[in-house]
Write a protein that binds this ligand. Sequence first.
Ligand code: PEP
Length: 237
Amino acid sequence: MLIIASNFKTNHTRKSTKEFILKTNSFIKENNIKNEVLIFPTSSSLDSFSCEKNLNIGVQNAFSAIKGSYTGEIGLEQIEEFGLKTILIGHSERREIFKESQEDISKKFNFYKEQGFKIIYCIGEPLEIKNQGLDKTLDYLFAQFEGIDTSYENLILAYEPIWAIGTGVTATVEDIKNIHEAIKSKIDKALLYGGSVKLENIKEICSLKSVDGALIGTASWDVDDFIQILEKTKDLK
Ligand code: PEP
């Protein structure tokens, strides 16, 4: 079974999110899709959607608090209102643009772990680190597990090289294999690949033994493309 996840980032409105989810849900039902499908809408588009068992809605980000004075953030109370229990943590855009430190991220991780959330935990290296070779890249990636309980039962990992996110440049199959095998030799968890996954390469990437699915941004925002992605990956594992 694969895990196919769509990260909306700051895209789609409340209305188009609902249409996207309803259409995806019907497709899953009518086409007997067995893979696990995750959709991460913007926080303004969260709702209680009634979906097939293998379609889950998650939050892209939340603060590590039940509620309180954290202007601009949502907390557990706002997520639980919709019965949601899935969160993305450590995405490179949170690390790079919003300057979340490893300490912030591990606090967030521990808070949502305590709440029993399914956590999709992202790691990834910038180009200047990749260019220093595999050993340096792995050192950089493993440092992103500091303060993270990698034995947590509801943990899914996502390897997302920063230079491949939203750039159209996908990591080579060789790159993905090397990194995924190294991570999997140390951490026994489902491991997704993310970074310019698209209709043309999803099959090849998800066919790799060490790849348990994909976290997709840009190429997943058009619902017809996303549905095709689900179709293409339907019988892979
Ligand atoms: C992402 O942001 O998680 C991602 C993988 O984006 P894209 O598919 O656009 O590279």
